[in-house]
Ligand binder design. Structure first.
Ligand SMILES: [Zn+2]
Length: 226
């Protein structure tokens, strides 16, 4: 034998792929004729290559089996799915927004006086009307009650409710006005106006006067007759 088996073994892959030089090809061919061992190695290699090819072919075939029609169908299904997803998302957003709006609208609470921002102010207009102004939130309801103080003077106690929606939507520089006392006769009897950060309407007259006597710190004096 012209060449030792290890050299032929090294050449076998090139030979099998048909990429070796003509000289090498001749040498391998001659060697394979006489050497059963290397021939066996070569056959194994061929078998393996054939199997791989078969595998590749099967892969190619399975891809080829997806016809254009079914591809279009798949694409259409994807498009419909995408449109449905978008529609559901839009509906969900609308639903959530409406739901959140209704929830916030219904979430009514007492307006609390903030001494820093003085969100509630009471002023007397030139025409004599006593006006309460609420800044930064729209009121839902205003409750007021006139009580007689120990010294016989009259005071108006008022409270306001607002919704969470208004807290969110109404800017701080927006003011809503509420008439505490109109026409001269009413105004003339009022000496003081207090704000209470809890619903006045939920207290009876007696409860209110008792609260005023026992916890004056809960009442904020916002206006006093000059
Ligand atoms: Zn050999």
């Amino acid at each position: 034998m012209k060449y030792p088996c290890p050299i032929i073994n090294d050449l076998l892959p090139l030979y099998a792929d048909g990429v070796c030089s003509e000289e090498s090809r001749q040498a391998v061919m001659e060697h394979l004729k006489d050497c059963a061992c290397c021939r066996k190695e070569y056959e194994k290699m061929e078998q393996y290559a054939a199997q791989n090819k078969k595998y590749d072919f099967a892969q190619a075939k399975s891809t080829a089996f997806i016809s254009t029609d079914s591809l279009i169908k798949v694409r259409r299904e994807l498009l419909i799915k995408r449109i449905l997803t978008a529609a559901v998302a839009v509906l969900l957003v609308i639903g959530l927004t409406a739901g959140a709006g209704i929830f916030l609208k219904n979430n009514v609470h007492s307006v609390v006086y903030n001494p820093d921002s003085q969100n509630i102010r009471v002023v007397q207009e030139p025409d004599g009307d006593i006006i309460a102004r609420l800044y930064g939130t729209e009121w839902e309801s205003v409750y007021s009650r006139t009580i007689e103080l120990e010294d016989g003077q009259n005071a108006v106690i008022f409270s306001m409710t607002s919704s969470s929606w208004d807290d969110l939507m109404i800017g701080d520089n927006t003011a809503s006005e509420y008439l505490i006392a109109g026409n001269g006769k009413d105004v003339g009897q009022i000496e003081q106006v207090y704000f209470l950060s809890q619903p006045v309407n939920e207290l009876s007259y007696d409860q209110l006067t008792q609260l005023f006597a026992n916890h004056p710190e809960q009442f904020t004096l916002l206006w006093e007759k000059q």
